[in-house]
Design a protein around this ligand. Structure first.
Ligand code: SAM
Length: 324
């Protein structure tokens, strides 16, 4: 049996935030001054997450992304990923990380079955990188990106959130970085999620990003399929992607749900609604789980509403809980 929403989109992809704790304090990710972490006794255990993944795998789930908070701060991650990798229906396991701990567990993650990873990097200037992350060292991350390459992750995608007057003067530097490190830099529009300071003026649109890139490089459209990212090959040989959730939407192909570390699940990143699955998961109640999932999928809208409501505010959980 497959699960689909009211618009015929088939569910295949689960993003799992395994912790809302992060060693970084990125300014655009969470209102850290007022942020309250989930109580330890409310955090799903790995066996709980394995239960939901293996159950949903029988209903069409094929792809899992592990995120956070910072997923690499949670102990036992490689062993947990090995267990997911044993579920035969799961075709792909990916991880989104700030990269700071890849030197410690990159090798194990690769062995556990992660083939490709996304690493967040919002500035190539040491002072700005330290500012946005809450004091962390750019050189260390660059070293870890190179190390990830040696571990054999392929591709490595760099997630770069573009914020006007912060890093919009680094777009061309990121294009060079993509070429020199053989990574795919993905420029992401700044989204209004979870009570952070956001307004439309801070958003640099995907179109503006492409225009800036085109001043320096010849750009060929790689015209990829169903991905949220529009990918381009540049004349320096680099591949870059542009993700425009604010000025455009790519809801048409949305096949995902987002499970958070407290057992709540979100039908859409840009909706405040979430549904509590904690007890259903703890009770290992397959029927209730699938019936609830069917109802959650019905909550998905045809498309998100930022485009219609420019003053849109999402005051639900922040990205640091949802995981992006
Ligand atoms: N700690 C990990 C990391 O840094 O990649 C995983 C969690 S983080 C919430 C996942 C992704 O969400 C990161 O790439 C981050 O840049 C992105 N993100 C966080 N807040 C965002 C926002 N307001 N708009 C767009 N992307 C955001």
């Amino acid at each position: 049996m497959i699960l689909s929403d009211n618009f015929g989109r088939v569910f295949k992809y689960l993003r799992v935030s395994i912790t809302d704790r992060c060693n970084y304090k990125c300014k655009y990710c969470s209102p850290y001054n007022s942020f309250k972490h989930i109580d330890h006794n409310r955090v799903l255990r790995y066996e709980d997450i394995l239960y939901i993944i293996s159950t949903l795998a029988r209903y069409g789930l094929k792809k899992v992304r592990i995120t956070g908070g910072e997923p690499l701060v949670r102990k036992g991650l490689p062993e947990f990923i090995s267990e997911i990798n044993r579920i035969k229906e799961i075709e792909e396991i990916t991880v989104t990380t700030n990269g700071s701990l890849l030197d410690k567990c990159g090798v194990q993650l690769k062995k556990a079955g992660v083939k490709r990873i996304n690493i967040s990097l919002d500035s190539l200037q040491a002072d700005k990188y330290a500012f946005i992350t809450g004091g962390f060292d750019l050189d260390k991350i660059i070293e870890n990106i190179k190390f990830a390459k040696k571990c054999g992750f392929n591709p490595i995608k760099i997630n770069t959130v573009m914020i006007k007057d912060f890093n919009d003067n680094e777009i061309l530097d990121f294009c060079e970085f993509a070429e020199s490190t053989e990574t795919i830099v993905r420029f992401i529009e700044f989204m209004p999620v979870g009570g952070i300071e956001w307004n439309y003026d801070k958003v640099l649109s995907g179109e503006s990003i492409l225009k800036i890139i085109s001043t320096q490089y010849k750009v060929s459209n790689l015209n990829n399929n169903r991905s949220p990212s529009r990918d381009y090959r540049l004349s320096n040989g680099a591949t870059i992607g542009i993700i425009s959730p604010v000025t455009h939407h790519f809801c048409e192909f949305c096949d995902k749900l987002r499970l958070m570390a407290d057992g709540n699940i979100k039908p859409c990143l840009l909706m405040n609604e979430e549904v509590d699955l904690f007890n259903i998961i703890k009770d290992r109640d397959d029927n209730r789980l699938i019936n609830t999932l069917i109802n959650i999928l019905k909550l998905k809208n045809r498309e998100h509403i930022i485009l219609q409501e420019r003053s849109f505010k999402n005051n639900g959980k922040p990205m640091s809980s949802i995981g992006g």
